[in-house]
Write a protein that binds this ligand. Structure first.
Ligand SMILES: C[S@@+](CC[C@H](N)C(=O)[O-])C[C@H]1O[C@@H](n2cnc3c(N)ncnc32)[C@H](O)[C@@H]1O
Length: 217
């Protein structure tokens, strides 16, 4: 019942402290529907009694994805990785307001270049793949001798074909291209959907597509 009120509080805080942030965009029909899509498909693949250790790359503000994950999976911890300081500050405030500080950590390093021991993650999420060339496969290659992902995690990757946005340096035109670019060895789910957005007072399908693959590297 208080969820909407928490989002209202977050928006009020964010536009006051970070007036140029993209909090409205992060709660757009495009963002909400793509995260809901991911959760619906994950629920068909993941046993909700299995404990999940999750890494989110390019986690941006973390929410609403963390809310959906929390409502649908059995989570031990979530690591959010984002190189943008403002995004991390907003993420941290979300964790305060949604009381998720005890299981969500926010890191500021470039996910693909940081060094640490092998990850014990069971679920890797990258819904920002259009923003980065690297893939989880690369992490495994870099740490070839000591396999980086010790548990053979499930991987979820989303990208899109919205090339007109400057920061989008890794768009794809099909789910097959997404699979081959990221060298997904085992595919459990792959599909595409038209992106929806506000068009005046209505939410309508656009001509652009979002692609998603769920699999293992
Ligand atoms: C603007 S969001 C895009 C959101 C995405 N379209 C989605 O639906 O989730 C992309 C985020 O990725 C982050 N990012 C880009 N490269 C990164 C990297 N190498 N490591 C961690 N975060 C990264 C950016 O700072 C940004 O916050």
């Amino acid at each position: 019942m208080m969820i909407l009120s928490k989002y209202a509080k977050m928006i009020e805080w964010a536009i006051d402290i970070h007036p140029h942030c993209h909090i409205f965009e992060s709660l757009s029909p495009n963002q909400l529907s793509s995260k809901k899509w991911m959760i619906e498909e994950l629920k068909n693949i993941v046993d909700n009694k299995e404990i999940q250790k999750i890494e989110i790359v390019g986690s941006w503000y973390g929410y609403p994805l963390i809310q959906y994950l929390r409502e649908n999976l059995f989570i031990e911890k979530i690591e959010c990785w984002d190189i943008d300081k403002e995004a991390r500050m907003i993420s941290n405030m979300y964790n305060e307001i949604f009381e998720s500080k005890d299981f969500v950590s926010v890191y500021g390093k470039n996910y693909w270049e940081h060094s640490r021991d092998g990850s014990e993650s069971t679920l890797l999420i990258n819904t920002s793949s259009e923003h980065m060339k690297e893939s989880f496969y690369m992490m495994n290659q870099l740490h070839r001798k000591n396999k980086f992902y010790v548990k053979d995690p499930l991987v979820v990757i989303q990208s899109n074909d919205m090339r007109h946005i400057d920061e989008h340096i890794n768009c794809v035109d099909s789910e097959d291209e997404l699979i081959s670019k990221h060298k997904i060895r085992k595919v459990f789910y792959a599909s595409s959907r038209n992106i929806i957005e506000w068009h005046d007072e209505r939410i309508e399908e656009t001509k652009y597509k979002r692609f998603m693959v769920i699999g293992q590297i």
